[in-house]
Design a protein around this ligand. Structure first.
Ligand SMILES: NC(=O)c1ccc[n+]([C@@H]2O[C@H](COP(=O)([O-])OP(=O)(O)OC[C@H]3O[C@@H](n4cnc5c(N)ncnc54)[C@H](O)[C@@H]3O)[C@@H](O)[C@H]2O)c1
Ligand SMILES: [Zn+2]
Length: 356
């Protein structure tokens, strides 16, 4: 039995076999031309299964980009616009983004801006893009080192989530995406947090993905432009993003996004115990669980000034204050806390001591 569709603002997130769901969608809509945007990995692992089902029946062209965040930029985006033009895409064209967050973010940005906007579908193929990038309408590209500097809020026609794609995803990418699932439990749903403790990374239950999308959807539809409660989703990301940026600059093998967010969730849980009344028992429960899942990474305490400057430059902040979402308890969070540099350093020391 497939799981029920989730209704977002003006579009649905549907769950099941991607080829079947795509055929259903295309039966109900008419497009002048159809394009698949894939990267080198989804071209190999995800596109063939769909192509097998639609071959012949649904004429389409393929646009392939190199895999990796470093390609989520304006030059590659211009390449996509030119390909659309060369293939004769008009305003009635459809772009199908088949890939992880890089493909869904950049493909949706390219579609939202090409000839002032053509329709697009999202078929996310990583755990992170299924539970996080799939809903919320954010499109975008990076400019130099600044992530998502240029983008729009534009909704897809539909999001199709097929957990079978995860079978070819490297385990480290699965574990990285899982950080967002942990975050969803911590910020709004204690029962969900408890239920994910027994997750099987080899075979992720689609109900887990479904509940995570449901949580993200509830938060973003209540506050589409991040004026207030959408900030709850930033839990773990204030310190986590800074650690991620630092690691990208200095480490030979940089942390994956979710690995950095795992550190952010531990340090920000410690700040939650100081400022938001998170109990010591729940702080320990959170730390024990996260440490049981993620590889250990010692944060260089000499890098502290650099970390603080990343936090201050984060686009989430206003007026030089570093903004946090903190936990009052597992499953309950509150936005707009500020913490001093000294406290932030102490939270990092706390984390480093745990992994000694
Ligand atoms: N729009 C949003 O709301 C939102 C939210 C969170 C993250 N993001 C963005 O998402 C991006 C990160 O997404 P990501 O983690 O999916 O990265 P990604 O797209 O780079 O995918 C990770 C790797 O997995 C490969 N891959 C994808 N699907 C595969 C599959 N099924 N089998 C084998 N390999 C596969 C990719 O080619 C890539 O090498 C970032 O750019 C981030 O800014 C956007
Ligand atoms: Zn994240």
């Amino acid at each position: 039995m497939s799981l029920p569709a989730i209704q977002s603002s003006g579009y649905e997130v549907v769950f099941g076999d991607a080829a079947e769901l795509l055929i259903d969608f295309l039966k109900k809509h008419t497009y002048s031309k159809i394009f698949f945007l894939v990267d080198t990995n989804t071209s190999e692992h995800c596109y063939p299964g769909i192509a097998l089902h639609i071959a012949g029946d649904i004429p389409h062209d393929i646009i392939e980009i190199d895999a990796g965040e470093e390609n989520k930029n304006i030059d590659i985006c211009i390449g996509i616009w030119k390909m659309l033009l060369d293939f004769g895409a008009d305003r009635k064209a459809l772009v199908i983004n088949l890939g992880g967050g890089v493909v869904t973010d950049m493909g949706s940005f390219a579609a939202a801006t090409y000839k002032r906007g053509v329709d697009f579908l999202q078929i996310p193929t990583t755990l992170l893009s299924q539970v996080d990038a799939s809903v919320g309408g954010k499109t975008g590209i990076d400019v130099d080192a600044v992530k998502n500097m240029v983008g729009t809020f534009t909704n897809p026609q539909t999001v199709i989530i097929d957990p079978n794609f995860l079978q070819t995803l490297p385990k480290s990418e699965i574990v990285s995406g899982f950080a967002e699932i942990i975050k969803h439990g911590l910020i709004v749903d204690k029962d969900y947090f408890n239920s994910i403790k027994t997750i099987d990374f080899e075979n992720i239950d689609e109900k887990i993905i479904h509940r995570s999308v449901e949580i993200k959807n509830e938060v973003v539809t209540a506050d589409p432009h991040e004026k207030n409660i959408r900030k709850k989703l930033n839990f773990g990301h204030t310190i986590g993003h800074a650690v991620e940026s630092y690691s990208l600059q200095h480490d030979k093998t940089p942390l994956l996004h979710g690995e950095a967010i795992a550190i952010g969730m531990i340090t920000e849980s410690w700040l939650s115990a100081k400022h938001a009344k998170l109990s010591e028992a729940e702080l320990t429960e959170i730390c024990d669980f996260i440490l049981s899942v993620y590889p250990t990474y010692k944060v260089n305490e000499n890098s502290f000034d650099e970390l603080i400057s990343y936090m201050k430059n984060d686009k989430k902040n206003e007026a030089d204050q570093i903004n946090f979402t903190l936990l009052k308890a597992i499953g309950s969070s509150e936005i707009n806390y500020t913490c001093s540099a000294e406290e932030i350093l102490n939270s990092i020391r706390f984390y480093n001591n745990l992994i000694k």
